[in-house]
Design a protein around this ligand. Structure first.
Ligand code: GLA
Length: 729
């Protein structure tokens, strides 16, 4: 036995030495291998991307992956990891550069590589350089073994005599060779976020992109699912999930080439962004994050959820605050006294915080509707004579925390700010200005504007250190696209604008590391993993009709953990019960945005109980493993559950949406339980004086039974829901 071990160790070391000599780089998680290899021509190629190989020595078996030639000839065309423009590859390049002398070609060759341990995983850094021009690219890959996630980005720099122009700058390029490819994309619009649709990828290109600048994901979200060989399914099949961390214009290109291979190219959208890169300036691409599963999207999503909570999401391990918001209750019509009442209502409801929304600022141009005041971040004295300090005090007296809405990247032309600094707003000098929601986007490429935006948060927190939360909104895309600051360098605007936002967010995070913030963009038009380094959560949609929310939350859950997804109970779709609305919001981070006076005594008591239940179970709902059991896209029902990591507790949500008369019902088979444990089943979130009619209520079953046989939880009632708690005995 000992001898065998020594032999295996020796073989493994030999394989590694071999690999080093052959310059093979293995980027591995517990389940996936990405193998890159330097060919004799000095260029770097992708040899393999797939299930993890069991035998170390097998990584030496790959040829140089020069797979392009349909005539079988050996050519330099192939699965080059970071192909440049202007040479012999006729498909989309990863990078395209016009050098200082006008030469449009770039070919990168291997220089050096290193691997190092980083939080949660191993980072592989590979340096490549053009041998004709002093241009370098540094490829970064962080593999997170346990979560089976790889995060990759690139850096481009040069020391040419003059600036070079970048016109393509992908984060990476990945290659696939399968019989068929199916893309699931997430289209969007106001109140229609995260709509999933699937299509086959045939020869040619499919592009998903956005050109909206600030409210960037209004029409398309920066993530996708790829079904390899077959369309994605929830519980089976080989799938890849990918997402780009970029809070601006992004572009995913899926290109099926002449021999049926697929290239996936995630990037900043090069649209109108011909980027002039100065010598020694580093152009960093956004992070592209991806995971694989052979068991469908459910497992792949759980990989991303766990990874996000562990390493990417702001305060991913921390708690979240339940809240009462005043937006849909009062809109712009409130005063100090009314807010004081609402804070007491928040306490009565049992939530942690009162969140004051839009309409609290502006004096010369009071923000009493959405036509004026944006940019003037001082409290409106006529409405709130005691300022924020009085509100913080009232909240304290009521026994809740206080949070506040801001939209600091925007300006109304009717504002002091615009009167003083018209050149701080992005707008064209020589054309009629087009206004989206009566506002313009501030030019975050301008450092003075960055200082101003930082100041919005800094001033509030300096005066009121007890402000516990910000809802950071962004309602307009970039319109009238011209930066007065950048002048003849307009090609930098879209990119430098986003970098300006990150500068501001970094300063806020450095100075106020513990203040939670919600990312909002006229609903869910900003939702990416770079922004979520700074935000604890995001607002999924202004659409809080529970029927619609079932679909929207299902969509976002493909990529984001419930902990990051805010869901509020409102009065959208009053045809549905308060219980149904609350049960839908309860599957994510729970909040309320309605007047409690609208509720009758039973409804209020129900909500109080639902809040208490949610708080009691939030460690399972927010930090447990999510299993999407029944898709609303497949019929008239939906079911989802969360299981504690040790399988001692689980929460099941079932929803009947619009079942048909006499429809055949089927049991909901659970997942993620311990087959050997016995679980007590208990329906919770019941209306006062209402007993559960669930046949299995208060009974005990094995995890095995619950997963194989299931629970008959669905009904033929319209918009009906159940929340079921399972406790291991
Ligand atoms: C956006 C948000 C809403 C609300 C309003 C305020 O539409 O999505 O939740 O904050 O702005 O103007």
């Amino acid at each position: 036995m000992k001898k065998l071990f020594v032999l295996l160790m020796a073989l493994s070391m030999l394989a590694q030495i071999n690999a080093q000599e052959k310059k093979i780089f293995r980027i591995s998680t517990d389940n996936t291998d990405l193998i890159l290899q330097v060919a004799p021509n000095g260029r770097l190629y992708q040899s393999y991307l797939g299930d993890k190989l069991l035998n170390e020595q097998d990584i030496n078996n790959f040829s140089y992956a020069v797979k392009g030639g349909s005539d079988g000839s050996v050519s330099t065309r192939g699965w080059e990891v970071y192909p440049g423009s202007g040479a012999e590859d006729y498909f989309e390049p990863a990078v395209a550069i016009t050098h200082y002398d006008g030469n449009p070609s770039t070919i990168f060759r291997y220089v050096s590589a290193e691997q190092k341990e980083v939080k949660g995983g191993t980072e592989t850094v590979i340096n490549l350089k053009d041998d004709q021009y002093p241009v370098e690219v540094i490829l970064h890959y962080i593999a997170y073994p346990k979560e089976n996630v790889i995060k990759t980005w690139s850096e481009i720099k040069h020391s040419e005599k003059k600036p070079i122009n970048l016109w393509r700058y992908a984060s990476t390029m990945l290659y696939f060779s399968n019989t068929n490819y199916y893309l699931t994309e997430f289209s969007s619009d106001w109140a229609k976020e995260a709509r999933m649709s699937t299509q086959p990828l045939m020869f040619g290109k499919k592009v998903i992109d956005t050109k909206l600048g600030s409210r960037a994901a209004m029409h398309a979200h920066p993530f996708f699912e790829l079904g390899l060989d077959q369309p994605v399914q929830e519980q089976q099949g080989r799938v890849m999930l990918g997402t780009l961390g970029w809070t601006g214009n992004f572009q995913f290109t899926f290109e099926v080439d002449n021999v049926g291979n697929l290239r996936v190219i995630p990037a900043i959208n090069p649209y109108a962004s011909y980027y002039e890169l100065k010598a020694n300036e580093i152009f960093s691409t956004p992070e592209f994050i991806f995971t694989f599963s052979n068991n469908g999207t459910g497992e792949a999503s759980r990989n991303l959820h766990a990874w996000a909570r562990n390493y990417q999401l702001k305060d991913g391990q921390g708690d979240r605050l339940t809240l009462l918001n005043n937006w849909e209750n009062t809109y712009f019509n409130f005063n100090e006294e009314l807010l004081g009442e609402l804070m007491k209502e928040a306490k009565h409801l049992g939530v942690d915080m009162f969140l004051l929304d839009d309409g609290w600022f502006g004096n010369k141009h009071p923000r009493n509707d959405d036509h004026a005041g944006l940019g003037d971040w001082e409290v409106m004295k006529s409405k709130l004579p005691g300022g924020i300090p009085a509100l913080v005090k009232s909240a304290k007296e009521a026994g809740v925390r206080f949070g506040i809405w801001i939209e600091p990247e925007m300006v109304n032309p009717r504002s002091d700010l615009f009167e003083k600094h018209p050149d701080w707003a992005i707008h064209l000098p020589n054309r009629e200005t087009y206004y989206y929601r009566n506002q313009l986007v501030l030019d975050l490429s301008n450092p003075k504007v960055q200082d101003f935006v930082f100041g919005v948060v800094d001033n509030i927190l300096t005066e009121n250190p007890e402000v516990a939360f910000f809802k950071w909104d962004c309602n307009s895309p970039i319109t009238n696209v011209y930066s007065p600051y950048l002048k003849d360098k307009q090609g930098q605007l879209y990119i430098n604008h986003v970098r300006g936002i990150y500068n501001v967010l970094n300063r806020i995070k450095d100075k106020y590391p513990n203040v939670p913030m919600m990312l909002c963009s006229g609903g869910g038009a900003r939702c990416d993993y770079e922004a979520l380094k700074y935000f604890t959560e995001f607002w999924c949609s202004d659409n809080t009709d529970p029927v619609e929310r079932i679909f929207i939350q299902w969509g976002f859950s493909q990529i984001f953990p419930s902990k990051a997804m805010c869901a509020h109970v409102t009065s959208w779709n009053k045809n549905t019960s308060v219980k149904f609305r609350t049960d839908v919001a309860s599957m994510c981070k729970l909040g309320f945005d309605l007047g409690l006076k609208e509720l009758n005594a039973d409804e209020l008591a129900y909500c109080q109980n639902a809040v208490a239940n949610w708080k009691r179970l939030k460690s399972v709902i927010l930090d447990g493993d999510q299993y999407r059991l029944v898709s609303p896209y497949d019929g008239n029902h939906m079911a989802i559950m969360y299981t504690a990591p040790d399988a001692s507790k689980a929460v099941l949500y079932t929803y009947d949406i619009h079942p048909r008369f006499g429809e055949k019902l089927f049991p909901v088979r659970l997942q993620g339980l311990d087959a050997k444990k016995m679980y007590k089943v208990k329906e919770i979130n019941l209306m006062p004086n209402k007993n559960s009619n669930l046949a299995v209520n208060e009974k005990t079953y094995s995890g095995d039974y619950l997963m194989k046989v299931g629970i008959n939880a669905f009904t033929t009632n319209q918009t009906h829901s159940r929340v079921i708690e399972l406790t291991a005995e």
